[in-house]
Design a protein. Structure first.
Ligand SMILES: NC(=O)c1ccc[n+]([C@@H]2O[C@H](COP(=O)([O-])OP(=O)(O)OC[C@H]3O[C@@H](n4cnc5c(N)ncnc54)[C@H](OP(=O)(O)O)[C@@H]3O)[C@@H](O)[C@H]2O)c1
Length: 297
């Protein structure tokens, strides 16, 4: 049995669907409070049943009996939460679980100092030391469903308001990855021994300038929209003030700083080990726009 942990978020349902399509017997560890409707819908869409098992990463004991039944785990909880990962690794050791796939992020590769980056790096170190047959995937920014916090939100905003606000002049490189390519990677490495003990960066087909991404968006949306470009330094200052006032900001100065840097990655090892073959942004965004249109969003 494959056990998904952190499956009620954005990535969970597409990964679950892909596993079920490949006939893996799959269960999900969820908290009693978690919303399970997207998981159940994903299973229903491929005519399969899944088992939802209640447990929480806050308590290793709540996971032991569940982990004993699992052959492999796909761990999708943010590695920023090192304490939750430690609890999982503790429970995994006590239950004899050997194989797990972890979803990290290319955030660990950014040059800037950041608390989140450090926590993810610490988590990766713990995984490497765990003695498990691990594989770590590091995706770039993921997009491709109504639930992504990136392009689907951007498309919704543009459709409603007819303009978009960006930070910086837009010459920096980005390489977002389509969600299906992440899900395919997970199923591609699960039973692939070549990937044990390895870390892979995964990204969209080619890097592109932020401004070029906006042009592609205009073409695919068949809609002209104005772009208001705010200077990076000024935006950082503004967001620092907002972050202090808000206490729980939806945008942080760290995120603004990251928007200005190049985020382009090679993925040669992923091609060699599991035939990784990602979509271009043009194709991925076209699919997302169609999906949102079908759902009237
Ligand atoms: N989204 C992106 O663009 C992106 C890009 C690169 C890498 N990643 C990485 O990909 C992974 C998945 O991302 P995502 O966007 O799908 O995340 P997400 O939407 O934030 O989902 C997080 C999941 O973690 C679960 N969780 C949190 N605390 C838990 C606990 N104490 N016990 C059990 N489950 C708990 C949540 O369950 P509840 O429903 O109960 O809260 C939810 O299922 C993360 O590691 C993320 O860093 C994401």
């Amino acid at each position: 049995m494959i056990l998904l942990i952190g499956s009620t978020g954005f990535m969970g349902p597409p990964v679950l669907k892909k596993l079920l399509e490949k006939d893996y017997e799959t269960s999900c560890l969820i908290r009693a409070s978690s919303n399970r409707s997207d998981l159940l819908n994903a299973a229903k869409s491929v005519g399969k049943k899944i088992l939802l098992l209640t447990g929480t990463l806050q308590s290793p004991d709540s996971m032991i009996s569940i982990l004993k039944k699992a052959d492999s785990v796909i761990y999708m909880v943010d590695l920023e939460y090192t304490n939750l990962l430690e609890n999982f690794l503790d429970a995994a050791e006590r239950s004899g679980l050997k194989r797990a796939v972890f979803i990290s992020s290319t955030t660990v590769l950014i040059p800037q100092r950041s608390r989140v980056k450090n926590q993810k790096i610490n988590s990766e170190k713990l995984i490497k030391k765990s003695g498990m047959d691990y594989t770590i995937l590091r995706p770039t920014m993921i997009y491709g469903s109504k639930d992504d916090n990136n392009f689907s939100k951007m498309i919704g905003f543009i459709k409603k308001r007819g303009f978009f606000v960006t930070f910086g002049i837009g010459n920096n490189l980005i390489q977002p990855i389509y969600i299906e390519d992440v899900a395919d990677s997970v199923t591609g490495i699960l039973d692939n021994k070549k990937t044990h003990g390895k870390i892979y960066n995964i990204a969209g087909k080619n890097p592109l300038k932020y401004n070029d991404m906006l042009d592609i968006m205009r073409g695919k949306l068949k809609k002209q929209f104005k772009v208001i470009k705010l200077p990076l330094k000024f935006s950082k200052l503004l967001i620092s003030i907002y972050a202090k006032i808000s206490g729980n900001p939806s945008l942080t100065p760290e995120q603004i700083e990251r928007m200005g840097i190049d985020k382009a990655y090679t993925y040669q090892e992923a091609i060699a080990d599991f035939n990784f073959s990602p979509l271009s942004f043009e194709n991925g965004i076209e699919r997302l726009i169609k999906e949102l249109e079908v759902k009237n969003l």
